[in-house]
Ligand binder design. Structure first.
Ligand code: ADP
Length: 519
């Protein structure tokens, strides 16, 4: 119980950013790492399976090649041999005419013959092949009409048994047709369906051999490493297909596919981490802003209260006529004027801020002398400066060219800087205001020897509501709007504002404004 409380206390002391980082590490990063590890494991497993699957895939392709070849042969037979079945074979003239016509329209056919009746005897070698094919039932079609009998390397026969017992017709297909059309054509068709135009398709080496080891077809020269050997089925039983890869091997292919998937995973992981970092940043920013807003309300109420109570106190003393010395009276009037000016300035800042937030802040620019603006601001602060014992050094370069400015806005910006310089000074009460030309710009510097700003906070002080989070600053009340207004005003003038500061030594704020015609 105690340890749980201690744990809660420890957690509640952490900054929101730390909390978020811990939460995302435990809630998102750890599961993500576990998931990545599992993904890695399944990818390595897949790599092993890929090899087997690749071989299976190719093996399954062979029956399709067979099917394709049978279809081609059946087409040729149907076009050339089938009509013979319905002819009057006794009319030699009709037959000769038909055979001549077929040879003309089918260049793949080198020879065509019909042996029918007792007197027409087949050539012994053809008869032998026909008998062999019949015995082996080497039909190419489902209706068992046409027989296929390879006679490589010369070519291949297609036979068509006729109705009379011993008669048959046939065509002799050229060697070119067998290797280029029948084998290569069918293999290419199937390979296109299976692999498309992928790198795998172009790396595949397919070789078809007959029973004597004679190469009938090969799509690549040389002797690649074959990883798959398989015999064709009927009616191509004597043919054997061997498959290999050129320029790569099956391990490299599997590794490649592993690397692709792993790469994609890493990419997704990077995006995810990047998104997480962005989310943490955005949430942190929002939380800081919400915190700053709530501080703002309490700071501003306090800031308004102090001058108001001073105003009411001194006006009451004066009203009651309790002050006799003229000197004292003048001092009280001054205090009243100064406090009402301060109040006014603060309300101006808040009103301007709300205009900027609503996008309604309009600037009126005119060519003006910035030195005059600085003088005006300094004179309005003179009383406060002298009264609180400050020493101000002004260093204004004379005769500087004019700058396009909105005088009221620029007065407000410089007075915010001066106000801060006074507010955040401690024992060394020295300020300096410098204006000079810097290239095509005019620079206005307000420097103090005050408490300074830590390096890590220097960029943040220009954010709205931001106040440096160390104890010293919190003695000094403020709204956290002053510098964000300075930045807005200066940027509206196409200028830039920056700060150099060292803790304990002081700060120097610099406004750069472009000179007319040189921007
Ligand atoms: P604030 O109303 O708090 O002064 P600003 O926007 O003017 O708001 O300034 C933001 C914060 O920057 C201040 O709260 C203070 O911490 C720091 N800061 C501004 N000017 C100075 C300075 N001259 N010296 C030290 N710190 C400064």
């Amino acid at each position: 119980m105690l340890s749980l409380r201690a744990f809660r206390d420890a957690i509640s002391k952490l900054s929101l950013r730390k909390k978020l980082t811990i939460l995302t590490s435990v809630g998102v990063l750890l599961p993500l790492l576990a998931l990545t590890y599992l993904q890695y494991r399944s990818l390595t497993e897949l790599q092993t399976k890929t090899k087997g699957a690749f071989k299976d895939n190719l093996r399954q392709g062979l029956p399709f090649v067979e099917q394709q070849m049978k279809q081609r042969l059946e087409d040729v037979a149907a076009q050339t041999l089938n009509p013979i079945g319905s002819m009057h074979l006794s009319s030699q003239e009709e037959l000769d005419k038909y055979l001549a016509g077929v040879k003309r329209t089918h260049p793949e056919i080198e020879e065509m013959f019909v042996y029918s009746g007792e007197y027409q005897r087949a050539r012994p070698d053809i008869q032998f092949l026909y008998d062999k094919a019949r015995m082996a039932q080497s039909f190419v079609d489902g209706d068992r009409k046409y027989l296929f009998a390879p006679s490589m390397p010369q070519g291949a026969y297609l036979f068509y048994p006729l109705a009379d017992q011993n008669g048959f017709a046939g065509v002799f297909l050229s060697k070119g047709f067998v290797s280029h059309d029948l084998l290569a054509g069918s293999i290419n068709d199937v390979s296109k369906i299976y692999h498309g135009n992928t790198a795998v398709a172009s790396a595949l080496v397919i070789t078809i051999n007959d029973e004597n080891g004679q190469i009938l077809f090969s799509n690549a020269a040389g002797q690649p490493e074959y990883f798959l050997e398989s015999n064709f089925n009927h009616p191509f039983t004597n043919w054997k297909a061997r498959v290999g890869l050129k320029g790569t091997n099956i391990d490299a292919l599997a590794r490649n596919s592993f690397l692709h998937s792993a790469g994609a995973t890493v990419l997704v992981l990077i995006f995810l981490l990047f998104g997480m970092a962005l989310t943490i940043r955005a949430t942190d920013r929002e939380a800081r802003l919400a915190q700053a807003k709530s501080n703002f309300v309490s700071n501003v109420s306090h800031e308004l209260k102090t001058p108001l109570s001073l105003l009411s106190l001194f006006s009451e003393i004066l009203e009651l006529g309790r002050v006799n010395s003229e000197e004292k009276k003048t001092e009280y009037y001054r205090i009243i004027r100064h406090e009402s000016l301060r109040l006014n300035k603060m309300i101006d800042n808040i009103l301007d801020f709300s205009k900027i937030e609503a996008g309604r802040k309009a600037y009126v620019f005119a060519a003006g002398d910035t030195a005059e603006v600085i003088e005006k601001v300094l004179s309005s602060y003179r009383y406060q400066i002298i009264n609180s014992g400050f020493d101000v050094q002004t260093n204004i370069q004379p005769d500087l060219p004019p700058v396009l400015i909105d005088r009221d806005a620029m007065e407000q910006a410089i007075s915010n800087l001066l106000d801060n310089a006074i507010k955040y000074s401690r024992d060394v009460k020295q300020l300096s205001v410098t204006m000079e030309r810097r290239g095509s710009n005019v620079s206005i510097e307000v420097a103090d020897n005050g408490i300074g700003i830590p390096r890590a906070e220097q960029a943040k002080v220009f954010e709205k509501f931001y106040r440096v989070g160390n104890g010293l600053v919190h003695d000094v009340k403020g709204s956290g709007l002053g510098l964000s207004l300075v930045k807005h005003i200066v940027e509206a003038h196409n200028g830039a504002v920056s700060v150099e500061s060292e803790v304990g030594k002081g700060s120097r704020f610099t406004i750069l404004l472009p000179l007319i015609g040189e921007a």
